[in-house]
Design a protein around this ligand. Structure first.
Ligand code: FE2
Length: 495
């Protein structure tokens, strides 16, 4: 598709129609109810609202930070979860905060800042919520005429040149300074692309090029982006699907883009976009294969039903066989569990856990799959391995009877061998990311780094492991003097 026709099609998107319609009965969390529950269940600290920004010169270090481990771990996640006594109805709606852990010659400093989106600025000034969202309903809320009016930039953060981009899902990326975390504003990728959905899970290939997609929920159209390492648009295109629900992540291979559409439809009866989504066990997980050069669909395959937030990696053999892994759920109950957390309710009976499934799909459509024992989420691979066959896959995991992730593991994709570390029952573990070692090997070596909330002491720590030996435990543990709410995604850059 040439640029002119792309822009013409993009104009058809009708972004206003993508917005949640604030017509449902009042739905919101209650601060007092949450605080009451927090007093009884201290693990709810992971979902407490943040009311200040911090700069910390020096973290307390246990152990020794490995030589050569220099750079910044950027993290993003919902942190402003309430205003004026009202909590958001769903965790995914919280205003994003960027956390930057800076490692330099064995020393660690820390800075965090809210992403100053237009919504954040307006509502902070007002002292209360002004807008309804995908789950929260606010009385007499202001009209929402573009997704970016309620963009909370809370899901992921990537580095682009000297800047960082805080990512959401339904609207623009938000640009911040990588040094002082000052918000610069929405990223405009070019004519006709302003305000277009840009997912929170872009993939960076071996050349540093950035690939991403965005789903316009209303029309079912999916936009693809191919950006240079500095964030300049090289190519964009669009396909039409009949899918209108959540599409959180995607994959690339060497030659293709893989869109995997979960078994969700919009037959739900609740209020707001989130509650209109429903799991449909009669609807397959659908794989759409798109050529990276032409951005046209080349194949479609139906897989067994399921819901997936996250994929680790995809790759293809010379004979065209496609392989990919996913964190697979048998239903969509987890979405309601994220809403319950905002009310101070933790599912202690049968919490949703994802199982890792590795799919193999031949060019003539033969499908096979391998299941990995245990449960896991937040899959990560070595940087710049997206689309190439990865030997290592890192994930968080629940290794006890907790209803949160309390461990990390590495799967050897060739042997199936699993190396794991259990933090302990009283730690709540976030996504951990892989950092290349000095040799630059992308299949082994280097480090795994990530944060965990220690519930009894109400403090968060960042932990650095040898990526080849998680079982040995962290080589260094760097303590903040406060509890940071659990974040979603982030990345490490050596600078
Ligand atoms: Fe995600």
């Amino acid at each position: 598709m040439d640029r002119r026709s792309f822009i013409q099609k993009a104009g058809l998107l009708g972004l206003a129609a993508t917005l949640p319609q604030p017509l449902w009965a009042m739905m919101q969390g209650n601060k007092q109810a949450f605080l009451k529950a927090l007093a009884l269940q201290p693990e709810l600290l992971a979902y407490a609202s943040v009311d200040r920004e911090r700069d910390i010169d020096s973290l307390t270090i246990e152990g020794k930070i490995p030589e050569g481990f220099n750079g910044t771990l950027y993290r993003n996640g919902p942190a402003m979860l309430e205003r004026n006594g009202i909590r958001y109805a769903h965790l995914f709606e919280g205003d994003g905060m960027i956390r930057a852990y800076h490692f330099k010659d064995g020393h660690v400093s820390y800075k965090d800042r809210f992403v100053k989106t237009p919504k954040y600025i307006e509502e902070q000034k007002a002292g209360h919520f002004l807008y309804s969202g995908a789950a929260t309903s606010i009385a007499n809320s202001r009209a929402v005429t573009s997704p970016d009016m309620i963009n909370v930039a809370n899901t992921n953060v990537i580095t682009v040149g000297d800047d960082i981009w805080a990512l959401w899902e339904a609207g623009s990326a938000t640009c911040l300074s990588g040094n002082n975390l000052e918000t610069k504003g929405f990223v405009n990728l070019g004519d006709g692309l302003k305000g277009m959905p840009f997912s929170a899970h872009p993939k960076v290939d071996a050349n540093g090029h950035i690939w991403n997609f965005g789903l316009d929920y209303s029309s079912g159209r999916v936009i693809f982006y191919h950006l240079s390492p500095s964030g300049k648009l090289l190519k964009a295109g669009m396909i039409k699907t009949d899918y209108h629900a959540m599409l959180h992540d995607f994959l690339i291979t060497e030659n293709h883009i893989l869109l995997i559409l979960p078994s969700l439809d919009m037959s739900g009866h609740g209020g707001g976009f989130f509650n209109q989504m429903a799991y449909n066990s009669d609807q397959p997980l659908r794989l759409i294969v798109v050529d990276k050069n032409t951005l046209e669909v080349t194949a479609r395959h139906d897989l067994p039903p399921g819901f997936v937030f996250h994929f680790g990696n995809g790759w293809e053999d010379r004979d065209g066989t496609i392989h990919f892994d996913c964190c697979h759920y048998d239903n969509f109950d987890i979405m309601a569990e994220f809403a319950d957390l905002m009310q101070g309710k933790i599912n202690t009976s049968t919490p949703s856990n994802a199982q890792t499934i590795i799919y193999h799909i031949t060019k003539d459509g033969k499908i096979s799959r391998d299941k990995v024992a245990g449960n896991a989420e937040f899959p990560r691979i070595y940087p710049h391995m997206a689309g190439l066959k990865n030997q290592a896959l890192f994930q968080t995991s629940t290794l006890s009877d907790n209803n949160w992730q309390d461990g990390v593991r590495r799967i050897d994709m060739d042997s199936g061998k699993i190396d794991l570390y259990h933090y302990g029952d009283d730690f709540m573990v976030e996504e951990h990311v892989v950092v290349e070692g000095p040799q630059g090997n992308k299949q082994s070596g280097g480090w795994l780094v990530g944060a965990a909330l220690h519930i009894p002491s109400k403090r968060t720590c960042v932990n650095i492991f040898d990526a080849d030996n998680l079982a040995a435990g962290p080589r260094a543990r760097c303590w903040l003097n406060f509890a940071a709410p659990i974040g979603f995604h982030g990345n490490f850059i050596k600078r």
